[in-house]
Design a protein around this ligand. Sequence first.
Ligand SMILES: [Zn+2]
Length: 567
Amino acid sequence: MKIYLYPATLLLIFTFASCGSVNNQQSGSSDVNALATIHDFNKSLTPELLSEHLHIVASDSFEGRGTGQPGMQKAADYITAYYKAHGVKAGLEDGYFQKFNLQGQANKSIETKIIQVVDGDSTAVYEGTFSNSTVSAFYPAFGGEVSATADIIFAGYGITDANRNIDHLEGLEIKDKWVMIFEEIQHVVDGDTLVSAEIGSRQRLSDLIFRRGAAGLIMVSHFDETEFMNDALAAGSVFGMPGRLSLEYTNPRGGFRATVLNINPSHAEMLLGLSESGSNIGEFYQTVSSNPSAFKPFQLNYSLSSKATLETIQVPTQNIIAVVEGSDPLLKDEYVIVTAHYDHTGIGAPDATGDRIYNGADDDGSGTVAVMTMAKAMNDAKLAGKGPKRSVMFLHVTAEEIGLLGSRYYSDHPTVPVENIIANLNVDMIGRIDEEHEAAGEEDYVYIIGAEIISSGLNTTLNKANELNGNEIRFDMKYNDLTDPNQFYRRSDHWNFGRLGIPFAFYFTGVHVDYHRPSDTPDKILYNKYAKITRQIYSTAAELANNPERPVVDSQEFINITQTNSR
Ligand SMILES: [Zn+2]
């Protein structure tokens, strides 16, 4: 997929927005009398309407809506232009945006220097800089934020495997040293298992850093110069993007900060002294792999210095809030909040086709467009005198993918009193079908998480709303268990309401092969099913807004969780 030009897209947005406004006013008056209740207004939530907007929100021109990236701002502007065009009110006095800053660090460059040490004499034999515009003999595989200068030890696979009599760390102190290893472990050679299957690749890296105190790791992953260069360029294309963003008033998230570098094959050969002996790195790898128990680690005649240049950055972002105000003079101070995150992961590492745009059509373009169109439908109901008694807030949160930061910010800075928030309906990925249901041939289902395990009243309302729509969607309760190992009940934005004791229902159609890949595109969405779920959520919000009683949290287990472990 390719990025197409901005001016054309902007034109498109304003064209849609203004057309929509005119159509709305014309068709509004003639349709109104035929629509009897607030629920009937969900008939406008058609597969065609959802498809039209999702094909824009998840198009390449929105660049995957990465937090802090320009495509996300385009999405924010698209959403608010839609609300303005249809007369849906802003949720704040000064507009739709609840603005705040995220902070983090961006890596500008990693300078590396190889020093040869012979008989106490040191000579620099290589110097290079890796950045998003320059490639060096190294590129960062992980971390890359910690600077280090130290001797290098070559440690084969960097593993111990007592069952196979392998110890590639034997006898040498690796604390505070660079440890150079082969990335790929050959467990089976010529049909013989030489390394136990449970000895894993990733675990070994954190073991070397966190348990054994290595200063950094150098991985030999390439035996071919061209392959190294291709991977180094791909790494450069995403290098320097802000990592580990956090709210300004909370601690930065943890993560892997130590430097793990990939080295190019010719420099690996130099460090290992293979060039002099006429051997190459591929042959040496085969020698070690064919008899891993015979290998012992050794110190190289080189040291490596790597220096990371980091820049602290602030990323301004915003939640987007629209409101359909309730009609009842007392109940209008209470709110049902419908949420979806409008960020996704942005531009990232390319997939096998070279595509770098993570469109996020299902995640969470589907929720974003569902919320936009539900807000418009409910506002149309209000304009026709059929509006909700309580107020309904439509909240598009930012920065979900980097740690639920937008919803966390909202829950710490609510725009209405927390005690007046009667329920949260969160929509995150409702347009696809997962493997299990595909195998069973069932399309019209949605996983519900929350509701029944929090509040029997909320659960009753969900079922009532489904009945109102002819039960066109089946609720799957597979994950609706506070002890489910996936813990979906705390993995999206609803949790930031849940931790405040607010009952929630989370709508989700499951994980699929395109999840968090550039291939999560709008052409793969099942629009009929997506529309059915959207209508169901609309009706649930309308029921909650009009019921005489608000739903009560009556699950003791849930109360215990929110009181003892609210993060
Ligand atoms: Zn999501």
